[in-house]
Design a binder for this molecule. Structure first.
Ligand code: ADP
Length: 514
């Protein structure tokens, strides 16, 4: 009798309804070397294709996504519980925009760049080349499951790498959808592979010696991956958590700021690494601002229909984190301005939209990432105090500054230890693919998007060219008689007043020594 191997399956439960909507076969650990073998074979061919030829596949991918935008939005919404508007605005649009940006800029950014050659190295030419790395492993999370997987994937592919994606097991339907989109765009076999499964599968791929790891997820997992990468000297980009401050000065457009705070805190049910996660309001306008904010929050609707504002939470375990943070804050004297105490929360994945005041800087609600619809509000008196409070966590991903005083806004923005800062808006830097994206401190290592986001996936190769006509170089052997001449040459060359006649004489004298 043959024993039929049971293939483990990931079950997909729609968080908004609790219904089982799909089952997806997991990749088995013993398949990992096979993935790498296929990836390396595909790399050999893909890296030799010209960039314009690679981009032909990108155009197909983009058109397919444009044609099937509504279906993709519905898959994202079913899998995450986020509302359709957010699926299209914050997951599909940034992905399409990144593909578009790459189609327009990849050739220029990744082609050989001329570099200056210093005068001392007279007669030579210098270039920088961008050489594909090999197989890039992308490990992605569940909160923006399309863009946080696809943007690093297409960036790596543009540079001639093959890609293995390990999408989050929390949103496997989107992982399957990505696999399907690449397959149907005709990318050569093995150029893009998707491995389905949880952290064991992710760990097995991390240990499989990829040529680059691009990870988006929690700080905890980021540190585990970085340790493994260090063992094998694998370069990484880590896009980790955030606890973004929003600083509202008394001269801000308060109505706009209140709308932004509500949107920034509750979009995607607060499961955003760069949302409004701590609100610092200048004391003299704090009551007025709080009333504006509360009325904004009260107007929001939660649900899964097309017109709902806020969807459900995605990951059940996240509810407990939100609950624990709120309970600690309330036990220490925080006051609920909107929302309910956790004991009164209903079953299911929709959490009350919660604004809390009387919050201390050392509470978990301020110091730890919440990833839920919870907005703590703190007052400040001076600009210095606002900056100190805003900088007072281990995170530094994004931040926002609200004031009509342009000078003050720019001054504060410069002082924030953050990968990005938005003035009089929230989150929006991520939507400009021409800007770098990434964090300071525990928010991560490295940047992507923009030119650098394509170049990280390539080795930067320095090339110098000499015509090879002269039989020797001045710094080559023999050294006899050269030291005093070099001494004179360099003192003259690097000194305050360079004497070119004397330089030429010494240089010629050095050339003559053979
Ligand atoms: P999140 O809380 O956002 O899900 P995680 O860091 O736990 O953050 O997960 C992000 C991604 O990392 C997921 O695809 C997950 O399966 C993967 N992952 C989790 N643990 C590991 C690990 N030890 N090695 C590699 N990948 C992992």
């Amino acid at each position: 009798m043959h024993s039929v191997e049971q293939v483990p399956k990931l079950t997909v439960i729609a968080p908004a309804t609790g219904q089982l909507i799909a089952e997806i076969e997991e990749t088995r650990i013993h398949e990992v070397p096979l993935f790498y073998q296929r990836g390396r074979n595909a790399f050999a061919a893909w890296s030799c294709i010209s960039i314009p030829d690679r981009l032909r596949y990108f155009r197909k991918l983009k058109q397919l996504m444009v044609d099937e935008m509504d279906q993709i939005a519905r898959i994202i919404s079913d899998d995450t519980g986020k509302v359709l508007t957010e699926a299209i605005v914050a997951d599909i649009m940034p992905t399409l925009d990144a593909i578009d940006h790459i189609i327009r800029h990849a050739e220029k950014v990744l082609s050989r760049q001329k570099a200056k050659t210093p005068f001392l190295l007279i007669g030579k030419k210098s270039y920088i080349e961008y050489m594909s790395r090999g197989v890039v492993l992308v490990i992605s999370p569940w909160n923006y499951p399309l863009q946080l997987a696809m943007v690093p994937m297409v960036s790596a592919l543009a540079g001639g790498n093959s890609v293995i994606l390990k999408p989050s097991e929390v949103t496997p339907l989107v992982g399957k959808c990505i696999e399907d989109l690449f397959n149907r765009s005709g990318f050569p076999e093995g150029t893009v592979q998707v491995a389905h499964g949880g952290k064991e599968v992710g760990a097995a791929f991390t240990e499989g010696k990829p040529d680059y790891i691009f990870f988006t997820g929690s700080v905890r997992t980021g540190k585990i991956i970085q340790q493994q990468a260090a063992r094998d000297l694998i370069p990484t980009t880590l896009e980790l958590g955030g606890k973004d401050p929003m600083i509202v000065f008394k001269d801000a457009n308060l109505e706009r700021a209140a709308k932004a705070a509500a949107w920034g805190a509750f979009t995607n049910s607060g499961q955003v690494c760069m949302s409004a996660e701590r609100l610092y309001v200048e004391r003299s306008i704090s009551d007025e601002f709080l009333e504006l904010l509360k009325s904004e929050v009260r107007n929001l609707t939660q649900g899964s229909d097309e017109n709902a504002d806020v969807g459900s939470m995605t990951f059940p375990a996240q509810k407990d984190i939100v609950k624990a943070q709120l309970e600690e804050a309330l036990a220490r004297g925080a006051k609920l301005e909107t929302g309910l105490e956790p004991v009164n929360w209903q079953e299911g994945m929709f959490l009350p939209l919660t604004v809390v005041t009387h919050v201390e800087q050392d509470m978990k609600i301020i110091q730890e990432e919440t990833f839920g619809p919870l907005l703590p509000v703190v007052h400040f008196d001076t600009e210095d105090e606002a900056v100190t409070l805003a900088n007072g966590t281990v995170f530094g991903l994004n931040a926002s500054v609200w004031t009509k005083d342009k000078e003050k806004a720019r001054r504060v923005a410069s002082r924030l230890v953050s990968g990005a800062v938005v003035i009089n808006d929230v989150i929006i830097t991520v939507a400009n693919h021409g800007l770098p994206f990434g964090g300071t401190k525990d928010s991560g290592i490295g940047r992507y998007h923009a030119e650098g986001g394509l170049r990280i996936f390539c080795h930067e190769k320095a090339i110098m060219e000499d015509l090879g006509l002269m039989n020797s170089e001045i710094q080559w052997y023999p050294y006899k008689g050269k030291y005093p001449l070099f001494l004179k040459l360099f003192k003259n060359y690097f000194g305050e007043k360079r004497n070119w006649l004397s330089f030429a004489k010494d240089y010629l004298a050095l050339l003559k020594i053979k």
